[in-house]
Design a protein around this ligand. Structure first.
Ligand SMILES: [Zn+2]
Length: 193
C-alpha cells in the first residue's frame, strides 16, 4: 500500500507540471516540488502529513529550492509533484482577495505595468508578483491582503487543487517575465482606493 502514496497522475498532467517547473527555473525562479492533489487528497513524501492544501513536499524545503534545470528535471521525472515557488528572494507575492484583486489587476493593465497574476480559486484570491521586500501598506491591510515574503512560498500554475488547477489571470509571458515595482503597485492601489 505504501507505494500508492504518490500515484502517478495521467502522463499528460505530469508532463505539464514538469514543463511548468522547468520553465520557471529557466527564468531564474527557484522551484520546490509541492504536494499533488490526486482528486481525493494532497499527496506528499511525508507519511504522517495531514495538510489539506498545496504545500512543499519537504518540511525543510528552504535549502533545497533550485533553479538548476537538471535538479528540477530529476524531481519531476519520477513523481507527480505540483509546483511551489519560494517568495522573498526573486519576488514577493501579494495575495489579494477577489473582487479587489480584479480591480487592482485592471489598474495595472490600464497603467501599462503588468506583472504575473495567478488565480487560486480554492482560496478566493489572486497572487500578484511584486519586487521583494514589499513593506506593509495600510491599503493592502484594508483589502485583507497578505504579503508572502522571505521564508514563504506560493503554489504556481498549473498546480492542481480541490477547486481546479491554479491558473494565470495574467501570464508571466505577457509581462515579459518582469516583476512589479513597489511604486507601480502603489499607483494601482491609489487608483482603486
Ligand atoms: Zn505533506
Amino acid at each position: 500500500m505504501s507505494g500508492s502514496r504518490l500515484r502517478p497522475a495521467d502522463p499528460g498532467q505530469q508532463r505539464t507540471l514538469r514543463q511548468a517547473a522547468l520553465c520557471y527555473a529557466a527564468q531564474g525562479w527557484p522551484v520546490v516540488p509541492a504536494a499533488f492533489f490526486d482528486g481525493t487528497r494532497y499527496a506528499c513524501v511525508q507519511a504522517d502529513c495531514v495538510q489539506d492544501g498545496p504545500h512543499p513536499v519537504w518540511r525543510l524545503w528552504q535549502g533545497r529550492a533550485s533553479s538548476d534545470p537538471d535538479v528540477v528535471a530529476s524531481w519531476y521525472r519520477l513523481f507527480s509533484f505540483a509546483v511551489a515557488l519560494p517568495t522573498g528572494a526573486v519576488f514577493d507575492v501579494v495575495e489579494l482577495p477577489e473582487p479587489a484583486a480584479v480591480r487592482v489587476q485592471g489598474a495595472l493593465v490600464e497603467h501599462g505595468t503588468p506583472t504575473p497574476i495567478a488565480v487560486w480559486r480554492e482560496r478566493g484570491v489572486r497572487l500578484f508578483w511584486v519586487n521583494p521586500g514589499l513593506p506593509a501598506d495600510d491599503r493592502l491591510t484594508a483589502m485583507n491582503a497578505r504579503i508572502r515574503g522571505e521564508g514563504g512560498w506560493v503554489p504556481a500554475p498549473p498546480t492542481p487543487t480541490r477547486r481546479g488547477p491554479m491558473h494565470w489571470a495574467l501570464p508571466p509571458e505577457q509581462a515579459e517575465w518582469g516583476i512589479l515595482a513597489h511604486e507601480d503597485l502603489a499607483k494601482a492601489l491609489d487608483a482603486v482606493s
